[in-house]
Design a binder for this molecule. Structure first.
Ligand code: NAD
Length: 347
């Protein structure tokens, strides 16, 4: 596909009718993002197309750069360009795992700047927590469906913002699901997830007594707990059997590292990102990153085969890609322009 100037001009004319491009930006709050009318199904479509673009290498995305003022916290700068969706921008996100306990604030917060592809000028600044909470489970459940479409039991470790959204998203792609098991070290978080999400979905949600129960009952598992350099290894390798699919979004923290090294297929959303985390010390220095079979987008684009036998143990680690952020942000911006939502601020 040739993404020349003509490909972007009509789109630019459209938003330039409502926004004085180069002189002002649209500021979109978290609440406005949430209520803009983008559904979870929309988020799945946007994310699927983005993963396909990524798989086909139609994108530009350097690995995240970060700063780390305290142990276990990070700020990441996440720029990306996805021409197919006319999306270009940069997310500036923080992860402070102790925020909920210490300050009654979410562990993940941040802003995203969206730019005009033709002139480069910023056109919008928006809160990025909602789009992060949408695109992350969208990646997990798209990967899960591509790698294990007939799964009947899904397990979720971590029942916070991401865990809750994973449970909302997963019945949309795993069409044979009968049960969803959830676990959190804070029992009240699991109770709250069930109370909040059960009325919204038809699949039964069950509070698991332990990580072992989930590992033994679920064909597909995901985790969204906390990202640590010293893995928790809360799910022991001996509980994991042939044929399971593990799709974590919190790196190596929750599952025994042994499982990742012995998986038949170790898939990652981005090799560059995982290599960067390996350099930062998130994998044992003597072993490095497990051998990568392919990237998640290549599976979604049909360029690589996913599961080829029912006995394969597959780990698919998605640590988050800015390509998925900027395409969600572009959809939010388009909807805001269309509906007259957001506050115009002078540059
Ligand atoms: N891959 C991605 O793209 C991506 C995107 C956003 C967030 N994340 C990661 O996902 C994780 C969760 O983010 P969130 O916004 O949902 O945070 P959150 O604080 O809302 O939820 C985290 C939950 O995990 C639970 N938890 C913590 N330690 C645990 C343990 N040892 N065992 C079981 N449960 C435990 C907490 O009690 C909490 O309920 C973080 O590590 C974050 O960095 C990844």
């Amino acid at each position: 596909m040739n993404y020349d100037h003509a490909y972007f001009e009509k789109d630019r004319e459209h938003f330039a009718e409502k926004l004085n491009v180069g002189k002002e930006i649209l500021y979109i709050t978290r609440e406005e993002c949430e209520n803009i009318g983008i559904t979870r199904d929309d988020a799945l479509n946007i994310t699927k197309n983005t993963l396909i673009s990524h798989g086909k290498k139609e994108y530009e995305m350097p690995a995240k750069i970060g700063i780390h003022p305290w142990t276990e916290v990070f700020f990441h700068a996440m720029p990306a360009y996805v021409p197919e969706q006319r999306a270009l921008g940069c997310k500036w996100i923080e992860c402070f795992p102790n925020n909920p306990k210490k300050y009654d604030l979410p562990q993940t917060t941040g802003l995203l700047i969206l730019n005009d592809v033709l002139s480069g000028v910023p056109v919008a600044v928006m809160d990025c927590t909602w789009l992060t909470a949408m695109r992350t489970p969208a990646v997990t459940v798209l990967a899960a469906a591509a790698l294990h479409p007939d799964a009947e039991n899904f397990g979720m470790f971590g029942c916070g913002v991401q865990g809750m959204e994973h449970v909302r998203f997963v019945p949309k792609t795993l069409k044979h699901l009968k049960k969803i098991y959830v676990y959190d070290v804070v029992e009240a978080a699991a109770d709250n997830l069930i109370k909040t999400v059960q009325p919204e979905i038809d699949v039964e949600i069950i509070k698991a007594a332990s990580p072992q129960e989930i590992a033994e009952k679920c064909e597909v598992m995901s985790s969204a707990t906390i990202i640590l350099k010293e893995p928790l290894c809360a799910v022991k390798d001996e509980w994991i059997s042939a044929g399971q699919t593990i799709v974590p979004c919190d790196m190596n923290t929750f599952f025994d590292l042994k499982t990742q090294y012995r998986a038949d297929k170790y898939i990652v959303d981005s090799v560059d990102e995982h290599e960067l985390f390996a350099q930062m010390g998130y994998f044992p220095a003597d072993k490095g990153l497990p051998e990568v079979y392919c990237q998640t987008g290549e599976i979604l684009a049909g360029l690589k085969e996913g599961r080829t036998s029912k006995d394969e143990l597959i780990v698919c680690s998605n640590i988050g890609m800015s390509v998925c952020d900027v395409t969600m942000a572009k959809a939010i911006f388009d909807a805001a322009i269309e509906k007259g939502v957001g506050q115009k601020l002078k540059l």
